[in-house]
Design a protein around this ligand. Structure first.
Ligand code: ADP
Length: 217
């Protein structure tokens, strides 16, 4: 099974991807996480270029994204299903994924669209805390860590992501509506799109997704 999670920044797709990938034995591919790992070396000019784009809320170039995606998928065996979190983010990327899947003999089974209005985005983003080590996301109100400011998974100190500031969030929302939003029609025309209300609590969203997965042939 190969699944795409689609939605505005901070709609909760990363949190859900973590739960359901474990439960349904899928490989979780968070492109944002993959890119952030590339930015850790201050002497790597490519990584620093990516960092600048991420912090400004701009999309990273398709060529680089596709290289990362292709090299990630080629490291998997053909029977391992993938849960794409944050990819594709544009029509161009969606078309390139179709080509790649055709080449690899894979099929995209369904696309889950996390529906959240801009007010919900701001509320979720303003309370988000992230683990710089393992990438796990928290929310001070909706999904707090067991010990304040400490990652439940690896014990690292939680941070506010550099791109979770007003300026970058506005740019990310703009990028979402310009480039990602058209994917709703693209996948709906292929009868692959299933919408879920991302305003619910975490457990209810997980249940909705599990029901979708169980029904997906
Ligand atoms: P969010 O969904 O909250 O924006 P992500 O971790 O998914 O967080 O993405 C963070 C940033 O990484 C994006 O704002 C963008 O700069 C970059 N990025 C992630 N996925 C892609 C992609 N598929 N194409 C281009 N850039 C991406």
């Amino acid at each position: 099974m190969n699944i795409v999670f689609l939605g505005v920044p901070s709609c909760g797709k990363g949190t859900q991807a973590e739960f359901v990938s474990k439960k349904f034995d899928l490989v979780h591919l968070s492109v944002g996480e993959l890119l952030r790992k590339k930015t850790e070396d201050p002497c790597d000019p490519l990584g620093q270029g990516i960092k600048e784009k991420i912090n400004k809320g701009f999309l990273v170039d398709d060529t680089l994204i596709m290289q990362k995606i292709e090299s990630f998928i080629s490291g998997l065996s053909s029977d391992e299903g993938i849960l794409f979190d944050g990819f594709p983010r544009s029509l161009e990327q969606a078309k390139l994924l179709d080509v790649l899947f055709l080449k690899l003999g894979r099929k995209l089974d369904c696309v889950i669209n996390f529906e959240l209005d801009d007010r919900g985005v701001m509320e979720k983003i303003s309370g988000r805390r992230s683990c710089p080590e393992c990438g796990k996301s928290y929310h001070i109100k909706f999904n707090p860590s067991k010990i304040e400011n400490t990652c439940d998974g690896c014990g690292s100190k939680l941070i506010i992501r550099q791109d979770d500031n007003n300026e970058s969030v506005n740019a990310r929302l703009k990028a979402y509506y310009s480039f990602t939003y058209p994917l709703i029609d693209y996948y709906s025309n292929q009868n692959k799109l299933i919408g879920i209300d991302a305003n619910q609590d975490i457990e209810s969203i997980t249940k909705n997704i599990e029901n979708i997965f169980i029904k997906t042939p």
